[in-house]
Design a protein around this ligand. Structure first.
Ligand SMILES: Cc1cc2nc3c(=O)[nH]c(=O)nc-3n(C[C@H](O)[C@H](O)[C@H](O)COP(=O)(O)O)c2cc1C
Length: 202
C-alpha cells in the first residue's frame, strides 16, 4: 500500500462522527502501513465548484487544443482525478444529509468521474479505469439504515457503491456510525464504529 486518499466531508469539525471514525481508521492505517502516504482532503474547507459550461467542456473533450484552454476548475478536476487514480485505498467519510450525500461530495464526484480518465465507453459498455483500488466508506447518519423501515431511504451507500463500481472500484467495505440522532443509540454509535474499524480487513 503506497498511497491512501481520505475524502472527508463533514463541516462539523470535532463534533463530527464520520471524522472521529475516520481518525481511528487513519491511525490504524498508519500503524499497518507506516510508509504509505496518507492524504486527507477536507471537502468542507474546499468549496469545490459545480460543473459550469466551460469546465464541463474542458474535462469532457478529447481535443487537445480545447483541453489546452483549461480553466481553473478544470485544472482542479485534473488534480483531484490524478489523486484518485494514484491512490491504492480510497476512504470516503461522509454524513448522510437529506438521505443522500452532501453536495460537497457530489461536487467531488462530478469532478473525478470523467470519460477517458476514470471510465470509458467500450464495445461492451462502460469500463472503469480506476483499477486495483480498494475503498472504505465511513458513513454517519442520524437514523438507522442497516435494518428496519428506513433502509430504503438510504441513498448514500447504494449510490457510493454504484458510482465507485462504475469507475472500477468494486472492493468496498463500509463502517457506519448510525443512530446519531436517536438518544438510545447515539452514545454508542461512534465507539461501535471504531470497533468495526478494528475489525476491517485492511
Ligand atoms: C443538513 C443535515 C441533514 C441531515 N439529514 C439526515 C437524514 O436525511 N437522515 C439522517 O438519518 N440523518 C440526517 N442528518 C443527521 C446526520 O446524518 C448526523 O448528524 C451525522 O452524525 C452527521 O455526520 P457528522 O457527525 O460526521 O457530521 C442530517 C444532518 C444535517 C446537518
Amino acid at each position: 500500500m503506497k498511497r491512501i486518499l481520505m475524502i472527508e466531508v463533514s463541516p462539523r469539525g470535532g463534533e463530527s462522527a464520520s471524522r472521529a471514525v475516520a481518525d481511528t481508521l487513519a491511525a490504524r492505517l498508519a500503524a499497518l502501513h507506516p510508509s504509505a502516504e496518507l492524504t486527507r482532503r477536507n471537502l468542507a474547507a474546499e468549496h469545490l465548484p459545480h460543473l459550469d459550461e466551460t469546465t464541463l467542456r474542458a474535462i469532457s473533450t478529447k481535443d487537445p487544443v480545447e483541453a489546452g484552454n483549461l480553466n481553473e476548475a478544470a485544472r482542479r478536476s485534473d488534480h483531484l482525478t490524478d489523486e484518485l487514480l494514484n491512490c491504492d485505498l480510497l476512504v470516503i467519510a461522509t454524513p448522510m444529509w437529506n438521505f443522500g450525500i452532501p453536495s460537497a461530495l457530489k461536487a467531488w464526484v462530478d469532478l473525478v468521474v470523467r470519460p477517458g480518465r476514470t471510465f470509458q465507453y467500450g464495445g461492451e459498455g462502460v469500463v472503469g479505469l480506476a483499477k486495483d483500488k480498494k475503498a472504505i466508506l465511513v458513513l454517519a447518519s442520524g437514523g438507522v439504515f442497516t435494518e428496519g423501515p428506513w433502509r430504503p431511504w438510504d441513498f448514500v451507500e447504494p449510490y457510493l457503491r454504484q458510482i465507485l463500481g462504475f469507475i472500477g472500484i468494486t472492493d468496498v467495505q463500509t463502517v457506519r456510525a448510525e443512530g446519531m440522532n436517536i438518544p438510545t443509540l447515539a452514545r454508542d454509535a461512534v465507539p461501535k464504529a471504531r470497533k468495526a474499524v478494528e475489525d476491517l480487513v485492511l
